[in-house]
Design a protein around this ligand. Structure first.
Ligand SMILES: [Zn+2]
Length: 123
């Protein structure tokens, strides 16, 4: 009697576990599909931005006779504004030593008083 009861309980428990696992698998599959779509959209956006960047560079370099070396120097300067030469522009708050207000490290100078941040790294 006890055996049948526990066996029946065990089967019901297993079925509930399987239903939960199936739901979890479906949820994971949906999340994967969403991530794939987002990744494709991001890739499309990056490719469009890269194309626009190239078009802008060609326009500017032709109009102002700029060289690749000048572009590279400027890119290094912008890269270093966040204190790290990592090919990225990570923004962080920057307190201006002149006026004490907080600007963003992406900017070349203080938004409030105009002091140049160039080459200086402070938090
Ligand atoms: Zn300032």
């Amino acid at each position: 009697m006890h055996g049948i009861f526990f066996t029946g309980f065990g089967v019901a428990n297993n079925m509930r576990n399987m239903t939960e696992q199936t739901a979890a698998i479906k949820q994971a599959a949906n999340a994967t599909a969403t991530t794939r779509t987002e990744l494709r959209d991001l890739r499309d956006q990056v490719e469009r931005l890269a194309m626009l960047n190239q078009a802008l560079w060609e326009l500017l370099s032709e109009r102002f006779h700029l060289t690749e070396e000048e572009l590279e120097r400027k890119a290094q300067e912008v890269d270093l504004r966040d204190g790290k030469a990592d090919g990225k522009m990570t923004a962080h708050p920057l307190r201006c030593p002149q006026c004490g207000r907080v600007s963003n490290s992406r900017h070349k100078k203080c938004l409030y008083c105009g002091m140049l941040f160039e080459g200086s790294v402070f938090g």
